[in-house]
Write a protein that binds this ligand. Structure first.
Ligand code: PGA
Length: 250
C-alpha cells in the first residue's frame, strides 16, 4: 500500500496573525501544484482562522497544536474539538512532548483526545517518543509501547489508520541532534509493528512521521526511510523557504 507523505510544520508559540500571514504568502508560491505530498501547518490558536482563510483552495491544511478532551465545561484557557472544526481546521497535534513535559499531558487524557478529535472530524496526529534517559537505559521500545497502546486504546481497529503518528525522540527536539537514519527507521518500524498487533491492514495504511531537528539538508534522507511517511518540523518550519524546501523533498 502506498502512503502519501505528510510534511507538517509545528510553529509552537511563534507567529502573531500578521507574521502568520507573511509566512503563508511566502509559502504558497513555493508549492508546486503537484499534490503528492500532504502539507500541514500548525499555527497557534490565535492564527488558526486566518490561516484557514488564507489557505483555502491551496494544498495546505491547517492543524491546531492541542485541544481539550471534553466537549465543553469549566476548563479555563482550553479549546474543544468542536471549536476547531467550526473554523474548518483539518486536524490537531496531540501529545507533543512539550505538552507532556510542561503541561502534564497524560496517555489517559490523550486516549480521550484521540476519540474526541475523530468524532469532531479532525485528523489526530499523536506524538510519541522516548527521552534521552530512556534511550540510554534501553527502554525506548517500552516507552513507545505504552504511549501507542494507551493513546490508541479507545478507538476501534478500523479507525487506527485515521490517526497519524509522529515519532519524536525528546532528545532530538530543538537540539540540532537529529536521530540517525537507523534510529528513526527502527523506531518507526517498531511503531508500525505495534499497530500490526491490532490490525495488519491498519499498519500498512497508517502514516508514521519523524520529528526532531529535521532540516532541509536531512529531509530527503529521512523521507526515504521505508517506515517514515513524513516529517513533523519545529524550528525549520518557521521560514517559508526552508519549509517549502522540505515539502519539495517529500
Ligand atoms: P524541531 O521540533 O524540529 O525544532 O526539533 C520538532 C517538534 O517539536 O515537533
Amino acid at each position: 500500500m502506498s502512503r502519501q507523505p505528510l510534511v507538517a510544520g509545528n510553529w509552537k508559540m511563534h507567529k502573531t496573525v500578521a507574521e502568520s500571514e507573511a509566512f503563508i504568502q511566502g509559502l504558497l508560491p513555493r508549492l508546486t501544484t503537484a499534490d503528492n505530498v500532504d502539507v500541514v501547518i500548525c499555527p497557534p490558536f490565535t492564527s488558526l482562522e486566518a490561516m484557514v482563510d488564507s489557505t483555502r483552495g491551496s494544498r495546505v491544511e491547517v492543524y491546531a497544536q492541542n485541544m481539550h478532551e471534553e466537549g465543553s465545561g469549566a476548563f479555563t484557557g482550553e479549546i474543544s474539538a468542536a471549536m476547531l472544526s467550526e473554523l474548518d481546521v483539518h486536524g490537531v497535534i496531540l501529545g507533543h512532548s512539550e505538552r507532556r513535559a510542561y503541561f502534564g499531558e497524560t496517555d489517559e487524557a490523550l486516549s480521550n483526545k484521540v476519540v474526541a478529535a475523530l468524532e469532531a472530524g479532525l485528523a489526530p496526529m499523536l506524538c510519541v517518543g522516548e527521552t534521552d534517559e530512556e534511550r540510554e537505559a534501553g527502554t525506548t521500545e517500552d516507552r513507545l509501547r505504552i504511549q501507542i497502546t494507551e493513546g490508541l486504546s479507545r478507538i476501534d481497529d478500523a479507525q487506527l489508520a485515521s490517526v497519524a503518528i509522529a515519532y519524536e525522540p525528546v532528545w532530538a527536539i530543538g537540539t540540532g541532534k537529529v536521530a540517525t537514519s537507523e534510529q528513526a527507521q527502527e523506531a518507526c518500524a517498531f511503531i508500525r509493528s505495534l499497530i500490526a498487533e491490532r490490525s495488519e491492514e491498519a499498519a500498512a495504511a497508517v502514516r508514521i512521521l519523524y520529528g526532531g531537528s529535521a532540516k532541509p539538508d536531512n529531509a530527503a534522507e529521512l523521507l526515504a526511510l521505508a517506515d517514515c511517511d513524513g516529517l513533523l518540523i519545529g524550528g525549520a518550519s518557521l521560514d517559508p523557504e526552508s519549509f517549502g524546501d522540505m515539502v519539495a523533498a517529500g
